[in-house]
Design a protein around this ligand. Structure first.
Ligand code: ADP
Length: 163
């Protein structure tokens, strides 16, 4: 059974993340979405909320699980017996950082293979940070996130969708 780990902040999960998870779930027996507990970012959602929103988003994907982790990604990958690390690549935004991380992870866990998915054209521009900025200013983001995420953003930003 080949297990893959898709790690990230998922603050919150977007349709771009979900697209990568859906495609990866077709290639691997089991996909674990790893919600990193303490990313070096200003978080909008707690770890519990990020896990709940991601779980709701993948509820229809039977071989996808969501777990939080608070250690080195490669150590969590070892713990869950992952053979592959899944990441998404957007034009410009991701390559250099992903490349550096991949080199470091390879050093730390040589048997873990990186599998990168090119972001789907319609989600190339979509990031959680841009999404939060637009939502906080009242812009409508409903078609960019799963339904429970849109509702959660509306709770955080009552003006959301009215701008
Ligand atoms: P991190 O803090 O690790 O960057 P993110 O939650 O921002 O975590 O992203 C997790 C992974 O999903 C990363 O590999 C990122 O490049 C990828 N990703 C983010 N947004 C998209 C998108 N719109 N399309 C495809 N992949 C994406």
């Amino acid at each position: 059974m080949t297990i893959a780990l898709y790690p990230g902040s998922f603050d919150p999960i977007t349709n771009g993340h979900l697209d990568v998870a859906t495609r990866a779930a077709k290639l691997f027996d089991k996909l674990i979405i790893g919600v990193y507990d303490k990313p070096d970012k200003n978080l909008l959602f707690t770890t519990k909320e990020r896990v709940e929103l991601a779980s709701q988003a993948v509820a229809n994907l039977p071989n996808v699980e969501v777990e939080s982790f608070d250690e080195l990604t490669v150590n969590f990958a070892r713990k869950v017996k992952a053979r592959a690390l899944v990441r998404g690549l957007r034009i410009n935004a991701d390559f250099e950082r992903e490349f550096d991380m991949a080199m470091m992870n390879k050093r730390l866990f040589p048997d873990l293979e990186l599998v990168s998915f090119m972001a789907t054209a319609q989600y190339q521009f979509l990031s959680s940070s841009l999404l939060k900025e637009v939502a906080s200013l009242g812009g409508c983001i409903d078609d960019l996130v799963p339904v429970p995420v849109a509702a959660a953003l509306r709770k955080k930003f009552p003006m959301q969708g009215k701008g």
